[in-house]
Write a protein that binds this ligand. Structure first.
Ligand code: UDP
Ligand code: MN
Length: 311
């Protein structure tokens, strides 16, 4: 009898131990999930199998080339790029990801040249079907990045892209495993920037470089049109994402790395905190749904499609 009780007790202790181990593992996974690690790893593998045949071309970390190269020289070097900054895969299947890179722009020529010199080989190695669009604000009004992005998106959508990458002109990628193909959406690609010691100051951030599929981007109604001058539109986008209970996906710090090019601080929007107060409600009627704009001129340059916007 005593032996039986002892045996039962041992069985019970073993079970409790097993249960604790399972619980511990579950909590570790939950913590990892919270910080995005599980998705990061998953994303890398998923994307690699998706782009299996290009993976050998990718090198991981690289030193960006920060020299100023002329457009003609780049056009010679980048033999795969067609007029308008396009690269199309020859064996296109209908489910291929068609990426639009949207760069908000005004008078930062040197940054644009440096970005293009790094971005074209980067995208080519990833074997993406892509077009680079520069959304150039050519009037004298204050800069409005959100509205430029919405206009760029609406114009690019006419070419049936399936993935939209919103890309500051002064962020140069440093690791080509950072896939621009919307393996998840929304994806914050610029998680680790040299200016911020390659760590993310706040996990709500979406500014810098982000990738979106149509469905999620339209669900948040795009960017706000109301932020003039510098600041606010990125925080507003964070609130839109939260209001729609969307997660923000990211690759790990070692992959989502960028060099930020230097420039002077633009005029700050002092009204931004006030406007940000109602983002979670305002997003429903401020964005793609309320976008009105003068039909822009569109020029096909050697290395990009230029959308000339007057707000
Ligand atoms: N930008 C531009 N010209 C300007 C202001 C902004 O081209 O006069 C674009 C550019 O793509 C830049 C982005 O808007 O990377 C964000 O602006 P900025 O770099 O001034 O802000 P930061 O992100 O550095 O705070
Ligand atoms: Mn900047």
């Amino acid at each position: 009898m005593q032996a039986y009780v002892k045996q039962q007790k041992m069985k019970y202790t073993k079970r409790t131990l097993q249960l604790s181990v399972v619980l511990l593992l579950a909590s570790v996974l939950l913590v990892l999930y919270h910080f995005g690690f599980v998705f990061n790893i998953d994303c890398i593998y998923k994307s690699c199998s998706q782009y299996a045949r290009c993976c050998p071309k990718l090198v991981g970390n690289f030193h960006p080339d920060l020299r100023l190269i002329s457009s003609e020289e780049m056009a010679n070097k980048f033999y795969w790029v067609h007029e308008g900054g396009r690269y199309s895969l020859s064996d296109v299947s209908s489910d291929v990801t068609r990426v639009a890179i949207l760069i908000p722009f005004r008078k930062r020529e040197e940054h644009l040249q440096i970005l293009l010199n790094n971005l074209h080989p980067f995208l080519y190695k990833q074997q993406l079907d892509y077009t680079v669009y520069v959304v150039d604000q050519v009037d004298e009004k204050p800069f409005n990045k959100g509205k430029l992005y919405n206009i760029g998106y609406t114009e690019a959508k006419k070419n049936n892209h399936t993935c939209y990458v919103f890309h500051d002109v002064d962020l140069i990628p440093e690791n080509d495993h950072n896939l621009y193909g919307c393996v998840r959406s929304p994806m914050h690609l610029s998680r680790a920037i040299d200016k911020y010691n390659y760590s993310l100051p706040d996990d709500k951030l979406i500014g810098g470089v982000s990738a979106w599929r149509t469905e999620e981007f339209e669900r948040v109604n795009g960017w706000s049109n109301l932020f003039w001058f510098w600041g606010g539109e990125d925080d507003d986008m964070s609130y839109r994402i939260m209001a729609n209970r969307l997660p923000i996906y990211r690759f790990q710090n070692s992959v989502a790395r960028y060099r930020m090019l230097k420039h002077s601080q633009s005029t700050v929007n002092t009204a931004r905190h006030r406007i940000l107060k109602d983002s979670h409600i305002r997003y429903k009627f401020d964005g793609l749904s309320s976008l009105v704009y003068i039909p822009p001129d569109i020029q096909q340059s050697l290395l990009y499609t230029r959308i000339l916007v007057k707000l």
